[in-house]
Design a protein around this ligand. Structure first.
Ligand SMILES: *Cc1c(COP(=O)(O)O)cnc(C)c1O
Length: 392
């Protein structure tokens, strides 16, 4: 879609051309099953292990500490359910936060309906988790702490190294969902026991992710079968996907400084421009943030209508009020940072990628003030009739 502007890179990103090129042979010529003994299998195995080594080096972990999965939803489930059902454990307590991705929150919910207990921590008005609150929430039977590295909705970065140090002191496993942070910030992997990432948020393919499981961290598998991934995740390896994940990681490392500097510049431009529209607010932290995500609220309008109007103008963005429930609950993250309801319904998340240009930002800023004014003129604040689209 050539004339369209894509500013929803936290939902997914286009596969980079060099990533696509790296993957292609593993579909139609080197298509062996990585478990097979013959040459086709050995070639696939070599590709998987080279990819694993590439990503391990990038994350400063050992190759055998990486478990490939079908994506970060599975990685989050494996971290949380796998820790809960680790050999020898029966019941116990988890600490997490109110701003996690649903892959974490709903896994924790599922456990609490199956005899486990959980504490979900509040965050401050910018979305920060307080490490002292993490410490205070720990109990004798706490076996896992899970805190997102950088919010997929508002971009706020969490003090992962500090929280990790607290967990280490108490010998409690620490998981972080680093999907949005991977490739954008320096991840403090030495302070983490379990870490989730996903290729498609990084200009890699959909359907492949990973969980880092540090050496001494005990988990049970959630997929049972042929014993792939050292028994931690059965299922035939997604060879092209894994190769694509490694290619996307290499690309992110190579162009990190340049891309991230550009993203920061776009974010600053957007913050400045939106601040000049009356009745707006920034959701998240002005500076302690992922570079590619910025979230605003517009008083008196509905996020869904805003997204639809922008779409009509050829601009793809997302709303944080994505109604995952029929009664139009605003996003749990916006509620957690205390955005007033009238504002929480009118939220807009803009997220940039490596392909985003100044011209894309110009296009948005050309259209946005007018669309906001039109929507405000049109109606007193109306709630209803919105269609639901999951926004990751
Ligand atoms: C997208 C996303 C996920 C889910 O990843 P998938 O690979 O799409 O399953 C989990 N956590 C965060 C923070 C995300 O942004």
């Amino acid at each position: 879609m050539p004339d369209r502007v894509y500013l929803d890179n936290s939902a997914t990103t286009p596969v980079a051309p060099e990533v696509f090129d790296a993957m292609r042979p593993y579909f139609d010529s080197a298509y062996g099953n990585a478990s097979s003994l013959h040459a086709f299998g050995r070639e696939a195995r070599r590709a998987v292990e080279e990819s694993r080594a590439t990503i391990a080096e990038f994350l400063h972990v050992l190759p055998e500490e990486i478990v490939f999965t079908s994506g970060a939803t599975e990685a989050d489930n494996l971290a949380i359910l796998g820790s809960a059902y680790a050999p020898g454990r029966s019941g116990g307590h988890i600490v997490s936060t109110k701003i996690e991705h649903h892959a974490v929150l709903h896994s924790v919910d599922w456990l609490t309906s199956h005899g486990f207990e959980a504490t979900l921590l509040d965050v401050d008005a910018t979305g920060h988790v307080d490490p002292d609150q993490v410490r205070a929430a720990l109990r004798k039977d706490t076996f896992l702490v899970s805190v997102i590295a950088g919010s997929n909705e508002i971009g706020t970065l969490e003090p992962i190294a500090e929280i990790g140090a607290i967990c280490r002191e108490r010998r409690i496993a620490f998981h972080t969902d680093a999907v949005q942070a991977f490739g954008k910030i320096d991840l403090p992997t030495p302070s983490v026991d379990l870490l989730s990432a996903s290729a498609h948020k990084l200009h890699g393919p959909k359907g492949v992710g990973l969980l880092v499981v540090r050496k001494k961290t005990r988990i049970s598998p959630t997929m049972h079968g042929g014993g792939h991934e050292r028994g931690r995740r059965s299922g035939t390896e997604n060879v092209p996907g894994i190769v694509g994940f490694a290619a996307a990681t290499r690309l992110a490392a190579r162009e990190h400084d340049e891309v991230v500097a550009r993203m920061r510049r776009f974010r600053a431009r957007l913050m400045e421009a939106v601040a000049s529209i009356p009745g707006t607010r920034l959701n998240g932290h002005p500076t302690d943030s992922l570079p590619h995500i910025v979230n605003f609220s517009f008083q008196g309008i509905e996020g869904e209508s805003l997204v639809m109007r922008l779409d009509e103008q050829g601009i793809a963005a997302s709303t944080g009020s994505a109604c995952s429930s029929p009664d139009l609950e605003p996003s749990h993250v916006l509620v957690a940072i205390g955005v007033p309801l009238s504002m929480a319904h009118g939220s807009l998340r803009i997220s940039t990628g490596r392909q985003t240009t100044d011209a894309d930002i110009d296009r948005l800023l050309d259209v946005l003030p007018r669309v906001v004014k039109d929507l405000r003129d049109l109606s007193p604040f109306k709630v209803g009739e919105a269609t639901c689209t999951p926004s990751e």
